[in-house]
Each structure stands twice: as structure tokens, then as C-alpha cells.
Design a protein around this ligand. Structure first.
Ligand code: ZN
Length: 444
């Protein structure tokens, strides 16, 4: 049973939408960063949904060209004016404190404080998101209008954080399939109260893991929930003997927030996942972009030393919508419909990767009689018309070299229709599957 078919059952789809929304609401207030209690709690929450393994790597560990940083524990942070008015409090919003702020306490003039204050003049009511991972500093982020109205000070600053040797944690989940070849699904878990970037990627990945666990498939699926950049590199460093098993992969992020689906190709640009996503995303009105070494963890997986075929699925990409990395990327910015469509598109891409195959036409002398084999639909309509066309195209192009995805593209039909036609024709003895290794893996 394909998960695409399974996902169209209304009660199940409704339950999925509700679970994704509830998990986003649970995770939203937590203060995630590269390390620290926010990431630990997030992974623990995911582990209550699916059997996630949490891996801890000590600070100071060399990871390729990087070093695992000290663990950051924010305990409280508050900026007040001389009258005691609160300008920013970590307890009110995690974006108020610059991530990885070092401890500080003192009374400062406005001029002294200003270099530590971040605002968005063009969106005066929003709080920006700022980090200072690799530069020992502290800072507050607040609405520009609040900072403008804050007077001349002095201001009292309390940044109660700890930055000391600990661990970086990431989560892994493996769902074995019939083949040892793997599909990698990766989502970053290092952003605090931001929903599109990347609670959307997290909750869609969790739902995919749940669906696959209920119905294992040909490939083995490996999920990585890791802090951006350093976290994916930690995972790669732990799996030096496993890179070669990753045949396809997708980074999931920014799956809400309006806009059409956008697929970013692998560095090579000609991998099976590129062709599969091209087919699915364009048929859903989305767009496909070429690779760039800027973005999320796809830039680590695609690095020359690893050379993994990992693309990226988003809607409007990072930096191209005004709410990006601000407090406006909140629970109201992402709709359940957007997440549900992203989930369905993701499953369709996987269905292509799982189901693409090459067949040989066993009745090549003219068009076979579909009616006498019970293959001609008894009712009309577009679906029936598509079904007939999918059978005719499959017979016309199954030359022992052309795969089903290529047939679907040439026929301008959904892959699922061609896949279904091939199953019917094979059952009737009109097509024979050849032992090839397209996107479909090597065990079929
Ligand atoms: Zn981001």
C-alpha cells in the first residue's frame, strides 16, 4: 500500500494535520539553539512520537573542519530601563536574547547598550532573530518602536547564561526497508520560536517517520534531526562507513508560509531525486531551482567529500519572505493546508523514487486488446481516460530502456497513474519488469 494512497483517507489526514499543529504548538515556546536544554527537550518530545535515538557529542570534539562548541544554557535574560520598565525578557519570547549570548550584568547608557540591541526599523513591531555562535558577545532583540521609545537610559542588563563544556545532541531514527540502501531525511532543530524555519520541517519529518514505520518500504529511511551545519557534520562524522548507503535524500524546511513548493536540486543536479522532485513539484505548480552552496544542511551533504544526492524541499526559501528570521514567523504564519500539501508532495517524491522501474513490452506488434483482458475502464471520466492513456503510453514506450518516470513525463501524466498502469499490464502479462536499478534500488 503506497503512503500516498493511505494519506488521502480523510480521518487519517485529519489526524495528521492535528498532530502536526499540536507538535508545533508544543515546541514553539522553547529556546532552541545549537546546544542546550531547548534542543534536548525538542528531541525528547519527538522521541515520544517516534522511536528517536538521541546522540550526544562532547564539546571540543573535532568534526571535520569544525569543533563542537560549548553547551549554552540560557537561564534568564532581561533588559529594563531606569524606571524598571521591561524592554525585553527571555521569558516573554525566546527571540529577545541573542542566541549564545555570554553572561553579563550591568548598568549601561544608551550609547553603551546600543551595539548590543538589534531591531528591524522596516518592521517596527517585529523582533528579529540573531545568533552569536562563534563570537563571544551578548545582545537583545526587540521591536524597533520599543527601542525608539525607550529614552536615554540608563538601562539595566541581566544576561544569566552558562556557556561551558557539555554536549551537542542530535536525533536519529532508522526505519529499515527491504533494501539496505537509504533515503536520508534531514531537518534542523536549532532555531528557537520560529515556526516556518523550522518547526514545519520537523513536524512533517515526524509524520513521515510515523507513516513509514506503519508501512515499511523498499528503502531504509534514515531521519536526522540535528542543529544546522555543525549538527549535520556531527552526524556525517559518526557515519563515515555509511555515506555510501545514502542513495537519495531531502532536507525539509520552510514548508509553510504561503507560496508554491520550491525544490532545490542536488549539486550534481541529475540524480533520481532531482528527476522525481521535478515531476512532483512542477505538477503541483511549484518551481525547481539549481543547487547553490548557500542554504541549509544540503550544503554539507552535497560537499565534495560526501557527495550525497540530497535535495531540499521548501516553499518560499529563506531570506525571500519578510517574516523570515523574525517574530512574525509564528504559529499564525503557517497553515495546516500548507503542511498537508507539503507532506503529500514529499510522499509523492518518495513514491517515484520507490516505484520507478523499467519494463519490456511483451506484446509489441500493435496495440494490445485491453478490453478482452478486462483492462478497459467500464466508466468514463478524466481518471478513466488517464488510466487508458497511461496504459497506452506504458506499452508504447516500454522498450526495455525507458523508465516509468520518463514515460510519465513524456505522457504528461502523474507518475502514480503510470505506475498503476504498469502494475496492471504486468499482471496481464503485457509488460515484464526488467532487473534494473533506476531510482528503485537494486533489490527489485
Ligand atoms: Zn534559519
Amino acid at each position: 500500500v503506497s503512503i500516498a494512497a493511505e494519506s488521502t483517507g480523510l480521518p487519517l489526514a485529519e489526524a495528521r494535520r492535528r498532530r502536526m499543529r499540536e507538535l508545533m504548538e508544543l515546541l514553539y515556546p522553547w529556546c532552541r539553539s545549537l546546544t542546550g536544554p531547548g534542543v534536548r527537550d525538542t528531541l525528547d518530545a519527538i522521541a515520544t512520537e517516534v522511536p528517536l535515538e538521541v546522540v550526544a557529542t562532547p564539546s571540543g570534539t573535532d568534526v571535520f573542519d569544525w569543533v563542537v562548541p560549548n553547551e549554552w544554557t540560557p537561564r534568564g535574560a532581561r533588559l529594563t530601563d531606569a524606571s524598571g520598565n521591561v524592554l525585553a525578557d527571555l521569558a516573554d519570547h525566546t527571540l529577545h536574547l541573542v542566541s549564545y549570548s555570554v553572561p553579563f550584568e550591568g548598568r549601561l547608557t544608551r550609547d553603551e547598550l546600543a551595539p548590543h540591541v538589534h531591531t528591524l526599523p522596516e518592521h517596527p513591531t517585529w523582533i528579529p532573530y540573531r545568533t552569536s555562535y562563534y563570537n563571544a558577545d551578548w545582545g537583545f532583540c526587540l521591536p524597533h518602536e520599543r527601542w525608539e521609545a525607550a529614552g536615554d537610559g540608563p538601562f539595566d542588563v541581566v544576561v544569566d547564561t552558562r556557556l561551558e563544556p557539555g554536549h551537542l545532541v542530535h536525533g536519529e531514527l532508522v526505519i529499515p526497508g527491504r533494501s539496505e540502501e537509504e533515503v536520508l531525511v534531514s531537518a534542523h532543530v536549532c532555531h528557537p520560536s520560529l515556526v516556518n524555519d523550522n518547526l514545519t520541517g520537523i513536524v512533517v519529518a515526524v509524520e513521515l517517520a510515523r507513516a513509514l514505520a506503519a508501512a515499511p518500504r523498499r528503502y531504509t529511511y534514515r531521519f536526522v534531526f540535528a542543529p544546522g551545519t555543525i549538527g549535520s557534520l556531527v552526524w556525517l562524522s559518526h557515519h563515515r562507513d555509511g555515506w555510501h548507503r545514502v542513495r537519495h535524500g531531502l532536507v525539509l524546511t520552510g514548508l509553510g508560509g504561503g507560496g508554491p513548493l520550491v525544490y532545490k536540486r542536488t549539486r550534481r543536479g541529475d540524480r533520481p531525486v532531482d528527476a522525481a522532485a521535478w515531476h512532483v513539484v512542477r505538477r503541483r505548480g511549484g518551481t525547481v531551482r539549481d543547487y547553490s552552496p548557500w542554504g541549509y544542511d544540503e550544503r554539507q551533504y552535497n560537499a565534495l567529500g560526501f557527495d550525497l544526492s540530497v535535495g531540499r524541499l521548501t516553499r518560499t526559501p529563506h531570506g525571500e519572505y519578510p517574516e523570515y528570521h523574525t517574530s512574525a514567523d509564528n504559529l499564525g504564519f503557517v497553515t495546516d493546508d500548507e503542511l498537508a500539501e507539503a507532506f503529500d508532495a514529499l510522499v509523492e517524491v518518495l513514491d517515484v523514487l520507490e516505484g520507478d522501474a523499467v519494463y519490456a513490452n511483451m506484446s509489441p506488434f500493435g496495440e494490445p486488446q485491453l478490453g478482452k483482458r478486462g483492462l478497459y475502464p467500464s466508466v468514463g471520466g478524466k481518471a478513466a481516460g488517464d488510466a487508458v492513456m497511461a496504459m497506452l503510453w506504458s506499452m508504447a514506450l516500454s522498450d526495455g530502456d525507458t523508465g516509468l518516470l520518463a514515460i510519465a513525463e513524456r505522457a504528461d501524466l502523474p507518475f502514480a497513474a503510470v505506475r498503476h498502469a504498469a502494475d496492471q499490464l504486468a499482471a496481464a502479462g503485457l509488460l515484464r519488469e526488467l532487473d534494473t536499478t533506476l531510482g528503485a534500488g537494486s533489490d527489485g
